[in-house]
Ligand binder design. Structure first.
Ligand SMILES: *[C@@H]1O[C@H](CO)[C@@H](O)[C@H](O)[C@H]1NC(C)=O
Ligand SMILES: *[C@@H]1O[C@H](CO)[C@@H](O)[C@H](O)[C@H]1NC(C)=O
Length: 205
């Protein structure tokens, strides 16, 4: 009996962590500014691998360990400290450059993901549109990402007055300059809706 028990213990130990799911490449989709969880775990939640690494292959680069890549600093999270069988990787504040193949690798096996990161492409066309406002009133200049779940890394709004002879526009958001100071704001900050609200309109606007 004792022998059998010992045998079972040894078996359990050598069996270690076998990864759940299939070997085939899986797709994961994220949005710029959002986060994505790449799942990877031992089938038996009582086991854990001796070592686990996450590697990434991005276009035109070599396989690299994500935790040693500067680009991912402060954007990665794992959960295996609290639950050793959970080897999943959470990547946050996604960037388009994060797109590529990711591999969860233990001493025995691996699981692969292709990560696609959708960025912001503005909806509508480039044609200039007309809006009407009234002095003292406010106006919303519509602008949004076609997919509202995506958001750009940066957004700026510029202004050029009717009288101005130059083709250059002055930035009025996020830098608030000149006559627009304290009168402009994004209607929905931190979203794919980049519409600008200008209040207390004057004719010079
Ligand atoms: C691993 O942890 C993440 C974050 O808490 C969770 O979403 C995921 O479901 C866990 N996976 C397993 C297999 O428990
Ligand atoms: C963006 O926000 C404004 C103000 O909240 C709203 O009127 C507009 O419909 C929104 N645009 C989209 C595309 O959701």
């Amino acid at each position: 009996m004792e022998c059998l028990y010992l045998l079972l213990v040894v078996f359990h130990f050598t069996a270690g962590c076998s990864l759940s799911g299939e070997l085939t490449f899986k797709e994961a989709i994220g949005h710029t500014g959002g986060s994505v969880l790449l799942p990877c775990s031992c089938t038996d939640l009582q086991t854990k691998p001796q070592r686990v690494t996450w590697q990434v292959y991005r276009r035109g680069r070599k396989w690299t360990e994500v935790f040693s890549a500067d680009e991912y600093r402060d954007r990665l999270q794992q959960f295996n400290e609290d639950s050793p069988a959970n080897l999943s990787l959470l990547i946050s504040d996604l960037r388009e450059e994060d797109e590529g193949d990711y591999r969860c690798q233990t001493e025995k096996e691996s699981r692969d993901y292709s990560l696609f990161v959708k960025g912001c492409s503005l909806s509508g066309d480039q044609k200039k549109k007309e809006l009407r406002g009234y002095t003292g009133g406010s106006v919303l200049l519509p602008c949004s990402c076609a997919d509202l779940q995506t958001k750009p890394n940066t957004v700026t709004w510029g202004f050029r007055s009717v009288k101005s002879k130059t083709t250059l526009s002055n930035e009025i958001y996020p830098a608030q300059t000149g006559q627009h100071r304290d009168r402009v704001k994004l209607s929905n900050k931190n979203s794919g809706n980049l519409s600008l609200l200008i209040s207390d309109l004057s004719e010079e606007d």
